[in-house]
Design a protein around this ligand. Structure first.
Ligand SMILES: NC(=O)c1ccc[n+]([C@@H]2O[C@H](COP(=O)([O-])OP(=O)(O)OC[C@H]3O[C@@H](n4cnc5c(N)ncnc54)[C@H](O)[C@@H]3O)[C@@H](O)[C@H]2O)c1
Ligand SMILES: [Zn+2]
Ligand SMILES: [Zn+2]
Length: 371
């Protein structure tokens, strides 16, 4: 990190002059203005509000499927004027005086989950339910699709990035890798030799596919409506793919498993049909691990499941496995770069939303926005 000793004059696009040593108090950010409305506009640059805060200058960020839900108005907690985004890497710009793990100039990974580290839930590593944090970034407070972001409880909510690390790959650690791993693979108790099915081959399903392979399941069956995503999943380690728009999934899975079903069914879509599909394909003694965000009720078929010794789990990602996953990325046990299909500059974020919002047509998985 180089510090600028003397202000350097720069010409702004409007012809006026400013210096670049922090006297400019505005920044650009992607702002939500109600369902279907967003803009890339000037916002005040965030500062330290609490001694436990850090302000991070964004280097790379991305768009999540959840941001698309927000844009549709599915997350009413997000109000007009909110800067959205909850994933990214950056450089510490400023820290509050209670922050002891980080200093100005440190490269950091931002977790989508904010953790105070002190409350009852944080003490149980259930950071998603932190009484002062949880999923607040780009939701209840301004988020990462901006030039700068304020991170509360920085000591617990940021991770240091060592020099030379692949920062694009690390962006996948802010949300999707811990989500696929914790809510899908760990809750689904994937074991060596198991047969598992992952319903949904979006970034989250793909993250479950990559991290399930830590445990060497014998068969990984991917199910989706999109042939491109299914074909990509084969290159990531899927042993079988099923397009549920043209094939009978239950019949095909029963054929593949001698009529038994799968040991673990991971739901990575978030609609009733896919959860109920998991109920139909889980083997006796098996597990359904739900990841998807559901907006509508689903039917629990107790008339068939009551006797089948199954377990159903749900979870909002805690990101408690981020340090471990960080090591697996650093050691190249997994390569999350595979999930990145498109690159944009941060100021092209509106275009990036178009691409990510038409993921099927654009063959998009994750987009990287570079400041
Ligand atoms: N539990 C958590 O903490 C958590 C965290 C992050 C995201 N999520 C949720 O995980 C889910 C997946 O996220 P994503 O970013 O991968 O979403 P995505 O929209 O990119 O991917 C979903 C995939 O499901 C497929 N699909 C849709 N309907 C289907 C159907 N009827 N049958 C089979 N496939 C179908 C789509 O083709 C797509 O490939 C979303 O609901 C998201 O909100 C949960
Ligand atoms: Zn997300
Ligand atoms: Zn807490």
């Amino acid at each position: 990190m180089t510090t600028i000793a003397t202000p350097i004059k720069q010409e702004k696009s409007n012809g006026s002059f400013t210096d670049n040593n922090q006297t400019d108090k505005t920044m650009k950010a992607l702002v939500y203005h109600g369902p279907g409305k967003k803009s890339w506009e000037d916002k005040p640059k965030p500062g330290i509000k609490e001694p436990t805060d850090a302000v991070v200058k964004i280097l790379k960020t991305t768009i999540c499927g959840t941001d698309l839900h927000i844009m549709k108005g599915d997350v009413p907690a997000v109000t007009d004027g909110r800067i959205i985004g909850h994933e990214g890497v950056g450089i510490i710009e400023e820290v509050g005086n209670a922050v002891s793990n980080f200093k100005k100039g440190d490269h950091v990974l931002i977790s989508c989950i904010t953790s105070c580290g002190k409350c009852e839930y944080c003490k149980k590593a259930m950071y998603s339910h932190c009484e002062k944090g949880g999923w607040i970034l780009g939701n209840l407070i301004d988020g990462c699709q901006a030039e700068y972001v304020r991170i509360p409880y920085a000591d617990n909510s940021l991770y240091p990035i060592p020099a030379g690390a692949d920062e694009e790959a690390l962006v996948m650690l802010s949300d999707i890798l811990p989500t696929g791993f914790e809510c899908g693979v760990l809750n689904g108790k994937v074991k060596p030799g198991d047969t598992i099915a992952i319903v949904g081959a979006g970034p989250i399903g793909m993250a479950a596919l990559l991290t399930a392979q830590f445990f060497s399941p014998a068969e990984i069956i991917m199910i989706d409506l999109d042939d491109n995503r299914l074909n990509v999943s084969k290159t990531f380690g899927a042993t079988n793919i099923i397009n549920s728009s043209s094939e009978n999934v239950i019949e095909k899975i029963m054929n593949l498993t001698n009529g038994k079903g799968v040991d673990t069914a991971i739901e990575a879509v978030g609609v009733a049909a896919t959860f109920e599909l998991c109920e139909g394909i889980v083997a006796a003694g098996g597990r359904i691990a739900n990841i998807g965000v559901h907006g509508k009720p689903v039917t629990l078929h107790m008339e068939t499941l009551w006797s089948r010794n199954i377990t159903i789990t749900t979870q909002l990602v805690d990101t408690s496995t981020t340090p471990m996953l960080f090591k697996t990325v650093q050691s190249k046990k997994i390569d999350p770069n595979k999930l990145i299909t498109h690159h944009f500059r941060l100021d092209q974020v509106m275009e990036a939303y178009e691409t990510f919002g038409n993921a099927g047509k654009e063959k998009a998985l994750k987009v990287i926005l570079t400041a």
